[in-house]
Design a protein around this ligand. Structure first.
Ligand code: HEC
Ligand code: HEC
Length: 286
């Protein structure tokens, strides 16, 4: 008997089913779902009552649907990397990762890629609008995965592909990309930073490289890291398109944390990112 787990205590008392009633959270969620369901019924009713579309309108709609085919086509990772490096000054990390893929698809297949407002991805710079949260490289890769696998029934594949990117980002010594035309022609240190967060990742890199956070070297590091992110996401998307996705698993230590703190046990922690940068225990875990 784990004396710390309320869930287990409740289960042993035979009142597990009451947990939604005991915690306000559970009840609120089901209320929300109910409201959403009702909304769908109301909207459904309105659609049914509308006039049937005239044939010309149907043709226009068909054309519009065809030009909204966002299917991914295989790309060359090296080209994506160099392009991301080149366009980095136009909009920083997230913009360059996302833009390098969309621009290549626009060249290859035209619409709808040509009309995508990639400038919107400028918001991702420095961990979302300068807040140092999710790294724009990770965010750009994930936005692409989200665009190409956006189905309601594709949640699992989205999460698996995103995990491949996040685990790569946390664990690999980066960047190693060598641009054809380096904006800053110096040796850039490579290090595994252990975190998908801009603040933690860039901080760890600065420490390893001995550079300050506002230095030209740090900017060059992020520029090369963006190129590398574009290469990685193209590789991940190509593999998926070829039916050879390469799903990586989270490491054993984080796995053990989640086993106790996640959904199936104490339920006091969300997420799968590496816990250690923020919770490293000296000796005994509390
Ligand atoms: C064998 C189960 C188990 C494992 C594995 C485990 N924990 Fe815990 N953890 C606990 C329990 C039990 C508590 C105390 C819970 C409480 O006080 O509500 C706790 C507490 C915590 C707390 C809160 C500490 C505080 O200040 O009160 C953090 C943070 C935490 N764990 C993180 C981790 C991380 C990170 C890992 C992986 C390295 C991990 N835990 C692995 C069971 C576990
Ligand atoms: C970016 C930093 C960061 C990372 C990474 C992180 N945490 Fe936390 N965690 C926090 C902060 C901040 C709190 C809030 C601390 C507090 O309330 O005192 C917290 C709180 C917790 C708590 C206590 C919750 C409670 O109810 O008191 C647990 C358990 C926990 N984290 C587990 C984890 C686990 C497991 C992971 C990895 C899967 C993880 N954390 C990753 C920053 C982080």
């Amino acid at each position: 008997m784990h004396k710390f787990s309320r869930r287990h205590v409740l289960a042993s008392l035979g009142i597990m089913g009451g947990s939604a009633v005991l915690t306000g959270c559970g009840r609120q969620l089901s209320g929300e779902q109910e409201a959403l369901g009702r909304q769908a019924v109301e909207t459904g009713g309105k659609t049914e009552a509308a006039e049937p579309a005239p044939p010309a309108q149907a043709a226009v709609e068909q054309l519009a649907t065809a030009s909204r085919d966002w299917t991914y086509r295989e790309l060359d990772p090296e080209e994506a990397g160099q392009l991301a490096y080149d366009i980095y000054p136009q909009g920083s990390c997230m913009y360059s990762v996302f833009g390098s893929v969309i621009m290549q698809l626009a060249n290859k297949v035209g619409e709808p890629f040509r009309s995508f407002p990639i400038e919107m991805m400028r918001y991702g710079a420095v961990g979302i609008g300068g807040w140092g949260s999710t790294c724009g490289v990770v965010n750009g890769c994930s936005a692409l995965i989200g665009l190409f696998h956006r189905g309601d029934d594709e949640r699992k594949i989205r999460e698996e592909l995103t995990a491949d990117v996040c685990l790569w980002y946390e664990n690999e010594a980066l960047p190693t990309f060598q641009p054809d035309n380096p904006a800053l022609d110096v040796e850039i240190a490579s290090t595994a930073t252990g975190s998908v967060l801009c603040h933690v990742s860039s901080g760890a890199w600065c420490k390893a490289a001995g550079c300050d956070a506002f230095s030209v070297e740090r900017r060059e590091r992020c520029r090369r890291l963006s190129a590398e992110g574009a290469m990685k996401v193209v590789e991940v998307l190509n593999n998926k398109a070829n039916g050879r996705p390469d799903f990586v698993d989270i490491n054993a230590e984080v796995h053990s944390c989640i086993e106790c703190h996640g959904k199936d046990s104490q339920r006091d922690s969300l997420g799968m990112m590496n816990c250690m940068p923020c919770h490293s225990f000296d000796g005994e875990h509390p």
